[in-house]
Design a protein around this ligand. Structure first.
Ligand code: LLP
Length: 431
């Protein structure tokens, strides 16, 4: 199996965190997101421990809520010692509703409106990650009006290409996030920021991309950031105390993806950082990381019911499922690979080549192409693995489909964490 928390039981059914997928779908309906809480916790611990073991005191991971955001997740994150990266007032609201401490929130976004800034200040968000000059000026004014001295990190772009998908690569110079170092603009950004009376500049943030499998691109970013930090110390007497290196370690969607040793990558990164600081005689800053995908992706399985098989003679066979791009838009958007399993017939021979299609009125609504399954019957359960990140959070109500429920599994028990939407929910805002 792709992950240790998945197995096949004596009935030939897929189990997730020890629970039978067929039973879960019978009890909670389908489509269904099944999130293994223990796996989420284990993933958090990998980061928390590695950062504590290898990086300077005060280093810790922030969960990137853009990957998955619902109220019931935040108590788990807090218990595991995580901070949280939030990117909108809605994410702030959700985290706080889940009891998460505002001081451990890091507020991102390349276009924070005045309302967003006011809301975050009033909630007491610990750190703003300032994206641009505009925001810097507004935040300074608004913090001043409230008699606050607001902690900030400055988002800079080191211009690294970690050889990942262009659509999810945000560390290049030419992008709408942060201020580039290479063009000299980040220098002016720092100069302006350190002169602000109501802001306390803690350091820099950079995010080079997503689904990265090794330490090397992060080490390259550290080289650029340290050289920049050194210049800023010389020019403005500003010393970086916190370095936030963003998110990005990858996960295994299929057997073709490598296994990432996250702890070892963090160890390599820490050695690189410490050596770099030593060479410049620079105090080693605290390190923050913002993993999203690698905390939740492998902890979740989506369960669907098959509708039937439609064979286009001379072309291919489609297996339809009762969800699709509304609950998982990642194949439609990025042609992302996934592992698809016949959750109720795991011991049957998978000899039927097919394309799994969703139920939306859109030819691009596919979940995966050219995979093999035992030829599905109507109502067979189809499982898609590794759906914890950027599925639930990117879901929509296209075609007025109700969003699926999300169930959390722990210690052999399942509990509903997000209920399935109803038709009333669909028209709740319609006047
Ligand atoms: N921090 C920042 C500033 C980010 O922009 C991101 C992701 C993360 C952290 C978390 O990165 P992760 O650890 O999850 O790789 N929708 C796309 C992914 C977009 C990623 C955007 N930023 C997908 O489904 O693949």
């Amino acid at each position: 199996m792709l992950y240790d928390n998945l197995a096949v039981n004596s009935r030939g059914h897929l189990t997730i965190g020890g629970l039978d997928a067929v039973d879960l779908a019978d009890r909670f309906g389908a489509p269904l997101y099944v999130l293994d809480e223990d796996q989420v916790r284990a993933n958090c611990r990998t980061y928390v421990r590695a950062l504590a073991d290898y990086m300077p005191a005060g280093s810790y991971p922030l969960f990137a809520g853009k990957a998955l955001c619902f109220k019931g997740l935040y108590p788990v994150l807090e218990e595991e010692g995580m901070g949280a990266d939030v990117v909108s007032p809605g994410e702030i609201y959700t985290a706080l509703a889940g009891g998460f401490p505002a001081g451990r929130l890091y507020f991102h976004g390349n276009n924070k409106t005045d309302e967003d800034i006011a809301y975050a200040l009033e909630c007491g968000v610990g750190t703003f990650i300032v994206d641009n000059h505009n925001e810097l000026d507004r935040l300074d004014e608004m913090a001043g009006e409230r008699g606050r001295k607001q902690k900030v990190l400055l988002r800079v772009t080191p211009g690294i290409d970690p050889h990942t998908l262009q659509a999810i690569n945000t560390g290049r110079i030419d992008c709408q996030f942060g201020v580039p170092i290479e063009t000299g603009q980040a220098d002016r950004f720092v100069r302006a920021a350190v002169g602000k009376a109501n802001l306390e500049v803690m350091g820099f943030h950079s995010h080079i991309g997503s689904q990265i499998f090794e330490a090397e691109p992060f080490c390259d970013a550290v080289d650029i950031l340290l050289a920049f930090a050194q210049r800023m110390r010389e020019n403005y007497g500003f010393t970086v105390r916190v370095l936030n290196l963003g998110g990005g370690f990858g996960v295994r969607y299929t057997e073709n993806d490598p296994v990432v040793d996250i702890a070892d990558n963090i160890r390599q990164l820490s050695e690189h950082l410490k050596a770099g600081c030593k060479a410049l005689d620079y105090p080693v800053p605290q390190v923050l990381l913002e993993p999203g995908r690698s905390i939740v992706a492998d902890a979740c399985v989506t369960l669907y019911r098959a509708g039937g098989v439609k064979t286009i003679e001379g072309y291919r066979s489609y297996v339809t499922v009762n969800g699709g791009m509304t609950d998982n838009p990642r194949y439609a958007l990025y042609q992302s690979a996934y592992t698809v399993l016949p959750a109720g017939r795991m011991r049957d021979e998978a000899d039927f080549v097919c394309t799994v299609a969703g139920r939306c009125c859109e030819s691009g609504d596919l979940i995966q192409e050219n995979i093999t399954l035992p030829r599905p019957e109507r109502d067979d359960l189809i499982a898609v693995l590794t759906t914890g990140a950027y599925n639930f959070s990117m879901a929509s109500n296209y075609n007025r489909l109700c969003r699926p429920a999300l169930v959390m599994v722990k210690d052999g028990e399942a509990r509903l964490a997000v209920r399935r939407q109803t038709f009333e929910d669909l028209i709740a805002c319609d006047l």
